[in-house]
Design a protein around this ligand. Structure first.
Ligand code: DGL
Length: 278
């Protein structure tokens, strides 16, 4: 048994889409979440910048004494998973891409037309195709970046025609040209617009990595005997810029639940500068 929290992080709100499924599967686990809202989006930045940000956040989570780190961000998982594992060899670090790739490889056949949407960095990295094809080389995979979706989601523009038009701008041709029947939401922000996507393209089978990661978390906690018994503990949500939208989104996800939340503003950039100045 281990009552220490599990650390989650993302560039902003996206990683929250893993917390509700985790909570349903493992209600005893305590969570520390870091959303880098001051520096979002990551998906159009250079891999080096993303690496610097991810190192800062993972160091911060380790200082908070987490028992595991979940990279609830496809962009970081695609570019920094090995780097972070090398940096913190004593703590299990899970990326969000592998569990979803496993589901695709196991449940699709060569007759499927698989589409993957994500940030520019995730799509350019080819991490999804590589992970899927390593397990099942016969599959037909098509990918496309959708860079304007994350800023809209961070602004809270969800159930609005601007969002629907933006989805159509990126996906109409992609879906019809490749006859996509299975769509992987390769960015943890996208489950927040799943309903819009389902309304526009009603016949798609959707694979959501934010849910697929949960069984992997459970497996590793079991293997390493790290399960907690904590049901009342407080869960802390840090943001580098604690915006109203961030707080509202979390309150909305957990309203009517027993889940206890605390919010904290913690800007890694300025805190590091302050440390240097001392
Ligand atoms: N939610 C993240 C992902 O899964 C990052 C989005 C972004 O910051 O561009 O890729």
């Amino acid at each position: 048994m281990d009552n220490r929290p599990i650390g989650f992080f993302d560039s902003g709100l996206g990683g929250l889409t893993s917390i509700a499924p985790l909570r349903r599967a493992l209600p005893e686990e305590r969570i520390i979440y870091y959303g880098d809202t001051a520096r979002t989006p990551y998906g159009s930045k250079s891999p080096n910048t993303i690496k610097t940000f991810s190192r800062q956040i993972s160091d911060f989570l380790i200082q908070q004494n987490v028992k595991m780190i979940v990279i609830a961000c496809n962009t970081v998982s695609a570019t920094c998973l090995n780097d972070l594992r090398k940096r913190h060899p004593d703590v299990p670090i899970l990326g969000i891409i592998d569990p979803a790739a496993e589901t695709v490889a196991k449940t699709c056949t060569k007759d499927n037309h698989i589409g993957i949407i994500g940030t520019k960095v995730t799509i350019k990295s080819h991490t999804y195709e590589d992970s899927i094809q390593e397990l099942n080389p016969d599959l037909n995979i098509h990918t496309t970046p959708c860079p304007a979706l994350v800023p809209l989601i961070e602004e809270g523009i969800l159930q609005h025609e601007i969002m629907d038009l933006t989805i159509q701008y990126y996906m109409d041709h992609f879906i019809s040209y490749h006859q996509i029947d299975t769509l992987v939401l390769g960015c943890t922000h996208y489950p927040l617009i799943r309903k819009n996507i389902e309304k526009l393209y009603s016949n798609l089978r959707i694979i959501n990595p934010s849910e697929e990661i949960v069984s992997q978390i459970k497996k590793v906690l079991k293997e390493k005997e790290l399960f907690a018994q904590n049901s009342d503990a407080e869960n802390t949500f840090f943001a580098s810029d604690l915006s109203e939208n961030f707080v509202n989104m979390i309150n909305r996800i957990f309203e009517n639940s027993e889940f206890k939340v605390a919010f904290k503003n913690f800007d890694l950039d300025t805190s590091e500068k302050k440390l240097e100045e001392k």
